[in-house]
Design a protein around this ligand. Sequence first.
Ligand code: PBG
Length: 325
Amino acid sequence: MSSFPRPRRLRSTGAIRDLVAETRFSTSQLILPAFVREGIAEPVPIHSMPGVSQHTIDSLLKEAEELLGSGVGTILLFGVTDEKDSDGSLACRQEFVLQRAIGALKRSFGDELTVMSDLCMDEYTTHGHCGVLDSLGRVDNDRTLLRYQELALSLAEAGVDFVAPSGMMDHQVAAIREALDGSGLVDTGILAYSAKYASALYGPFRDAVEVEIAGGGNRKAYQQDYRNRREALREIELDLEEGADMIMVKPASYYLDIIAAAREISDRPVAAYQVSGEYSMIIAAAASGFLDRESVALESLAAIFRAGADLVLTYFAKEVKGWME
Ligand code: PBG
């Protein structure tokens, strides 16, 4: 009898590796972020995000159909407009492009398509901050909550399945839940952007929604500091206590430790947002011939799921089915 420990490598075929792979995900766990813009007749490609466009309502309907065809059942909308004011009030109307888009999607696809909407002010304010400002030009947390409540009601009345507050105001989840419940909109869900870091990876997105922060400002006063982890976990705990139905970590790839920790402390689904910069870096490097787009994109998604995400928001959503076949 040989005294060697088992000396050989086991047979390793693709089928065997698939049999025992620890991380698996399906396209039904993906969400496509999409932009719908007021006042355009044709979709407008976004320069900093090749392959992504600002949509008309018509082209958005086509996009949603393709999305369903590629096995993805959820879309998260951002509204884009030139009509901005200091408190983003123009976005709270049923005639606004976001509410009209939600209505059109739900009429066309019903429950087959889950429609989520970002809920924030930066796309709609002249100063580009995520809330309304006080007389000193600082974001006024509590007055912003009143705006969020108004916007939440308007989106819910338009038929959205989930609102996704992304402004990082304190107590935004509680304020929105209270407003929705108070109006009988008890089945509209909340996907909370809970651990949202002040990240340079949102750069291409600001092109997409045409947001510039006045005076070269930033969001460091209300988004998380990327040197910190404990405060992000505290934000997640608070959002869970306030009634979030799902929580989110954003960005994703540079924050895998936060996703893993979120998975540990959350009894509700954890979403991770592979943001515009994560997308555009892969596209740009692939376009330069430095790496393979499809392999890197798949590896990045697998890593985000391996870290513990239950759902991933990604601009690659529509392509993934083709890659997994
Ligand atoms: C804020 C919001 C941002 C993103 C989603 N919601 C930008 C920001 O906080 O500055 C970024 C998404 C991306 O980069 O893909 N409404």
